[in-house]
Design a protein around this ligand. Sequence first.
Ligand SMILES: Cc1cc2nc3c(=O)[nH]c(=O)nc-3n(C[C@H](O)[C@H](O)[C@H](O)COP(=O)(O)O)c2cc1C
Ligand code: SF4
Ligand code: SF4
Length: 249
Amino acid sequence: MKGLGIYFSGTGNTKFLMEKFKEKFDAKGVSVDLQAIDSSENFEDKYDFYIFSAPIYAEFFPKIYVDWVEKNVNISKGKKAILTSTLGSKGTPPALKIMAKILEKKGFEIIIQQEITMPNNWTGEVPSEEKIKESKEITEIKVEKIIEKFFNNEKMIKNPWKLRYWLTLPLVNLMENYLKKWATKNMSVDSNVCIGCKKCEENCPVDNLKVDGNSVNIGKNCVACMRCVNSCPVNAFRIKGKEKEQYKF
Ligand SMILES: Cc1cc2nc3c(=O)[nH]c(=O)nc-3n(C[C@H](O)[C@H](O)[C@H](O)COP(=O)(O)O)c2cc1C
Ligand code: SF4
Ligand code: SF4
């Protein structure tokens, strides 16, 4: 048996989750390949099962993730899937139900559908090392439980509250635009700090940054993944003009 994990991760939470899936499945003699959607458009229908995961941005999966799955994922019917999301709060987000519908339409049988709470990479205080360690341990235990259920073919499907789902569903496009506007309005780079290394430009999943010397132009296509802000080697990004402690999971 062989699986493929298809994911998007802005700042490392979801990547960590997927690496844990790989490690724990491998330990049981089941090999899992991982594919980040921003590194390849290739999709192969040669796996026995698939794992899907991405962070939640304002209740939904990032549009780049949904679009990638819609466009590239094509399977022969009846393949099993594990569908998860990472997010900063508790409770099942509408994104899971929306993506479940997309996957089921493509012929997947969803065995597990569950959110995984991890530190919030957008708002709130940056968690301490202790908190991050704790979150990693909890995530590991959750992954073990999910894998156990998956092996037993025991379905575990978590859906959002009906009211939460129906109230937020019409807001999908609005939220995407809101995030773009939020980024354009609030993100900037301090040219006095920037060293022009181009790391942010190279790593942006939507090609939204252009570095020219020590100046960085932030375009209008941002998905607010926070990768550039948190991975700049000299912490040159500013949010609302202010320096922000970087989030490192
Ligand atoms: C723009 C943005 C919006 C977010 N919106 C939500 C949200 O609506 N609910 C929530 O629980 N977490 C929210 N988060 C937190 C992330 O979903 C969470 O930290 C996630 O695990 C980050 O994953 P990553 O490190 O793989 O990118 C948001 C984060 C960002 C950057
Ligand atoms: S990663 Fe930071 S230092 Fe490097 S170009 Fe971007 S803003 Fe400048
Ligand atoms: S500009 Fe930064 S926050 Fe926006 S999509 Fe690119 S890496 Fe993510």
